[in-house]
Design a protein around this ligand. Structure first.
Ligand code: TIU
Length: 253
């Protein structure tokens, strides 16, 4: 199934594709967290919430794989490099007590995903200490075990954790599509150029599209499988892989 995208249409294989939502955490999107501590205007990111809500609802309705990530550190900060802790000169640092609990520490309120996009029980949440979602996590194994070779990537921020993750994924053989209206940055120009860099040179890191195109494709997919893929996302999707690959001629992954 082709999805309109740049630099050219994306060959969407729904049952082999996961929606990867990067770091939609209170620490980045709400005042008093890590994002604001770094000197950023967190309101810049909120425009991505509503398009993500719609895309996530459609993805869930289609019973396809959803994975969330969170950036953060262990309570004892043993996974926090001194370089990350000491970078810049913020008034508060990772691990300090803020209005939403200890900044960027797992288990604290600020570290959690915003209520609008809260993960459902069957949706894996990958906790990562770095910017990329593959570094020091089991994401690659999780994707391989679930037969996933394509990623539709959303979340924050475009040029930091989204871009780092897409670059990591690209080097591991995944086809990535970034959803332009579902990613956001504290710096609009970095957002723009990060997307430009992704799709330049024939899609050097991947594809860029808009949520409207994905919603249309998901609707078609749901209609074509109506009822056949009911049940848990993983098992239903896996059972349909071979049959669908034959019928679509998809041999890319
Ligand atoms: N500072 C910034 O733009 N982003 C981060 O620190 N983390 C993520 O992008 N998630």
């Amino acid at each position: 199934m082709n999805i309109a995208a740049e630099p050219y249409p994306f060959d969407f294989i729904p049952e082999r594709c996961a929606l990867l939502i990067i770091d939609m955490q209170r620490d980045f999107l709400e005042p008093g967290g890590f994002g604001e501590m770094l000197g950023n205007d967190v309101s810049q990111l909120r425009r991505a919430i509503e398009p993500n809500v719609k895309l996530l609802a459609a993805w869930r309705a289609a019973k396809l794989r959803v994975i969330h990530t969170r950036e953060g550190h262990l309570a004892d900060l043993t996974d926090l490099h001194a370089s990350k802790k000491n970078r810049g000169s913020p008034a508060m640092r990772i691990g300090d007590e803020g209005p939403m609990g200890r900044i960027l520490v797992r288990g604290e309120q600020g570290h959690d995903i915003i209520p609008e996009l809260y993960p459902q029980e069957e949706e894996p949440v990958v906790d990562k200490p770095g910017k990329g979602a593959f570094h020091a996590t089991d994401l690659h194994d999780l994707l391989k075990h679930n037969g996933i070779c394509q990623l539709v990537v959303t979340g924050v921020t475009t040029e930091v954790c989204v871009s780092t993750t897409v670059r990591e994924a690209n080097d591991r053989g995944y086809d990535c599509l970034i959803v332009e209206d579902c990613v956001a940055s504290y710096f609009p120009e970095f957002h723009k150029w990060s997307l430009e860099m992704t799709k330049a040179q024939g899609g050097i890191f991947g594809w860029v599209s808009e949520s409207g195109h994905l919603l249309g494709a998901l609707e078609k997919w749901s209609a074509s499988t109506s009822g056949a893929n009911a049940g848990s996302a993983g098992s239903a999707a896996n059972m349909m892989v071979n049959q669908k690959r034959e019928s679509t001629g998809a041999t890319k992954c």
